[in-house]
Design a binder for this molecule. Structure first.
Ligand SMILES: Nc1ncnc2c1ncn2[C@@H]1O[C@H](COP(=O)(O)OP(=O)(O)OP(=O)(O)O)[C@@H](O)[C@H]1O
Length: 700
């Protein structure tokens, strides 16, 4: 169909007259279309004398003949539409403005604020928003502790010999859904029966204070304008309260860990100073195996400090509102674990600062401390390694704290002695014979000298309790070598309570054993089943009143999918109680077994290595078959308690850190009898290895 016919068909009545007139015009010849606008204007415009206008007239006539109508009418119609639209835009803008001024409430949210993050997450979960026609897609990243929403994301692969099935996550990124949020512009949505509009806009701001390498820097800042009809902003406030509550709903059983953001991000200040690095499940306090007295002391002290009436009490007495703790002891004894458990008990976020971070200046440290929320735990780990020194002291540790001049002096001395040695050996090179490595060393020497950053002791003390320092936080410092710390750092007022951690006692070893093998649901009853581990009622009640967080949802007991299991008593005979099977597949690494068949690894014989009682299958459940007879979930509590006693008796007190004992058990996490059988050999090897100061483990 021709274009002209199409238009005539689409608008028959409108073009009826014009078609007629154009037919007439054809009769009159192409130069003078009667009634045509151009023709009417021809004498006025003086077309005869202007070649360009004549060309326009000719083209107009040609198109008119082709379309069968006068094109100037189309232009006039377009002009009318344009004018109407302008008028409409003007009216709409003014009506909107008047509505916004007098009939709408509005709240603005800046992207610098946490509410922005809360709101965007909420919007992304709203079906009406996700189905909007104008969206921004973002890659949604998941943390290690985020629930796996869809088991379909996890595929499995059969091992080459067909004996095992392994989980495979290679496709998970490809299968993960992007997150969709409303694009820049205006959107509408409903919340609790009320209509809201959201206007999302972006501004590029010149960031004068953040010139990077002399280059001017711009930063994008977004503004969300949330509006609703009515003169009260209450519905929007309610919406924002809801959004915030939703955001923190799944945070209740989690501890958020934050670290200083990158140097570039820190320049934007406020919430950009800190970045969330993890949101992990709360560590229950009872998973930290520590002397009960010590635990209760710290818990009670912190509870008192965090009480809402405490700030007034401190203010009335002119005491700065700060509390500091020093956790000291050998590596792997639970200092960090206790810090996390404390944060979990009180529902606080943890802010971890490493003083070894080379990009961290004293100003940064102050800004970081000032950017802390009202209540939180600040964790300064391994404070002894930070090389803190007084400004008037010579550096003790070259690697971490020596001044630039010290560096140069040392380097020069080194160079001199090297030169002497070279002269002696007759291998001294002339300057002309310098190699690239010499040049690199020189450059390093000069580069190091000028730009060495770092935190001095006074810088840290300023941040901790200087005039501008943040009040209300809980500071926890951990160290392996308390004797290396400056007295000023741990004086009362900076450190109010010291907690000593030691290598594992036999009681701790027993508790670690129980914790490793008790089914999750039975854990508390099993621990109280052992008389020597039972917490006294008074202590229990203290901890209870401290408001320990709800324990995370119980995970299903470890069981064998696809077939019922039975509890096994001490003698190994099965009782009649069946343990419900779980549909969630689990994998037990079976590499040692495969290796054993090759004759390469010969693990010590143990009663657990009984042959599989059921034929192997190409299913995930098949991977469990070889541990069926001693799966910890099936052990009777009395049996487990006796095994724990036996195990702890074999651990020499004070020789191994809880981390070492835990590491040993973890490698046998589903085979308690095997752990019991192998612990003697492990202890012997570990003692010998510690005596010889070797780092390479022969037995693990
Ligand atoms: N007292 C303990 N109770 C329970 N688990 C412990 C204990 N001590 C150590 N662990 C375990 O050992 C591992 C290391 O513990 P953690 O990081 O708390 O030790 P640390 O004292 O902070 O070590 P470092 O001084 O090297 O930082 C963790 O997996 C933790 O669960």
């Amino acid at each position: 169909m021709e274009l002209g016919e199409f238009i005539r068909g689409a608008l028959p009545s409108f073009f009826a007259n014009t078609t007629m007139s154009s037919k007439k015009s054809a009769e009159y010849g192409s130069q003078d279309l009667p009634g045509g606008i151009i023709e009417t204007l021809t004498p006025i415009l003086g077309v005869q004398f202007n070649p360009l206008l004549r060309l326009v007239v000719v083209l107009n006539t040609m198109f008119g003949e082709y379309l069968g109508l006068d094109p100037t009418y189309v232009l006039v119609a377009y002009g009318c539409f344009w004018a109407i639209k302008r008028v409409w835009d003007f009216v709409y803008t003014n009506i909107t403005y008047i509505c916004q001024q007098y009939f709408q409430a509005t709240v603005q949210v800046s992207s610098n604020d946490d509410i922005y993050v809360h709101f965007m997450k909420w919007l992304a979960s709203q079906p009406s928003m996700v189905n909007s026609r104008s969206l921004t897609a973002e890659t949604a990243s998941k943390g290690a502790w985020d629930e796996e929403e869809d088991m379909d994301l996890v595929t499995t692969r059969v091992s080459p010999d067909g004996s095992n099935v392994y989980l495979n996550f290679s496709n998970q990124e490809a299968k993960a859904e992007p997150r969709f949020t409303p694009a820049l512009g205006t959107h509408g949505f409903w919340f609790k029966g009320r209509y809201f509009t959201l206007h999302r806009r972006q501004e590029a701001l010149y960031d004068a204070g953040a010139a990077y390498h002399g280059m001017p820097t711009f930063k994008d800042k977004e503004i969300l304008v949330i509006s609703c009809f009515g003169r009260s902003p209450e519905p929007i406030k309610e919406l924002l309260r809801h959004v915030k509550a939703e955001f923190y709903r799944d945070h209740q059983a989690k501890t958020t860990v934050r670290r200083p953001a990158s140097e570039i991000m820190r320049r934007y200040g406020s919430r950009h100073n800190w970045q969330q690095v993890a949101n992990r499940p709360v560590r229950p306090m009872d998973t930290v195996v520590l002397d009960d007295e010590q635990k209760i002391r710290v818990l009670t002290d912190m509870n008192e400090y965090l009480h809402p009436s405490t700030p007034r009490w401190y203010a009335n007495r002119g005491i700065p509102l700060r509390r500091g703790y020093l956790f000291h002891g050998p590596p792997g004894t639970g200092k960090t674990s206790l810090s996390f458990a404390l944060a979990g008990v009180f529902g606080l976020d943890i802010y971890v600062i490493s003083l070894l971070d080379p990009s961290l200046t004293e100003e940064d440290l102050l800004a970081l401390f000032n950017g802390l929320p009202r209540r939180c735990v600040v964790l300064l780990e391994d404070i002894d390694t930070a090389g803190l020194k007084r400004n008037d002291q010579p550096a003790s540790d070259e690697s971490s704290s020596s001044s630039s001049s010290d560096d140069e002096n040392t380097d020069e001395k080194d160079d001199e002695s090297k030169e002497k040695k070279l002269k002696k050996s007759g291998k001294n090179k002339s300057k002309k014979n310098w190699k690239v490595s010499d040049l690199a060393r020189e450059l390093k020497r000069h580069g190091d000298s000028g730009e060495k950053k770092g935190i001095s002791l006074s810088g840290l003390l300023n941040a901790i309790d200087g005039v501008a320092s943040h009040e209300g936080r809980v500071l926890i410092m951990t160290t392996n070598k308390p004797e290396m710390l400056d007295e000023a750092l741990i004086r009362p007022g900076r450190v109010d309570l010291q907690v000593a951690f030691t290598n594992a006692t036999q009681k701790q070893a027993r508790e670690l054993f129980i914790r490793m093998y008790a089914p999750d649901s039975n854990m508390s009853s099993l621990l109280s089943h052992i008389p020597s581990n039972r917490t006294s009622p008074t202590k229990q009640s203290v901890v209870h009143t401290l408001g320990a967080p709800p324990s995370p949802p119980p995970t299903p007991p470890m069981s064998y999918p696809d077939k019922p299991s039975r509890i096994i008593d001490d003698s190994g005979s099965k009782t009649g109680d069946e343990v419900s099977s779980s549909s969630v597949p689990e994998i037990t690494p079976t590499a040692p077994r495969a290796a054993k068949s090759n004759g390469t690894v010969t693990p010590p014989p143990s009663e657990s290595d009984s042959p599989p009682s059921t034929p192997r299958t190409n299913s995930i459940s098949g991977a469990f078959d070889d541990v069926e007879d001693e799966h910890p979930a099936l052990l009777h509590p009395d049996v487990l308690a006796r095994m724990a006693d036996e195990f702890s008796a074999k651990i020499p007190p004070g020789q191994f850190s809880p981390a070492e004992v835990q590491g040993f058990l973890l490698k046998r996490k589903k085979t308690p009898r095997k752990a019991l059988a192998e612990v003697d050999a492990w202890v012997q090897h570990m003692l010998a290895q510690k005596a010889s100061k070797t780092k390479v483990l022969q037995v693990q």
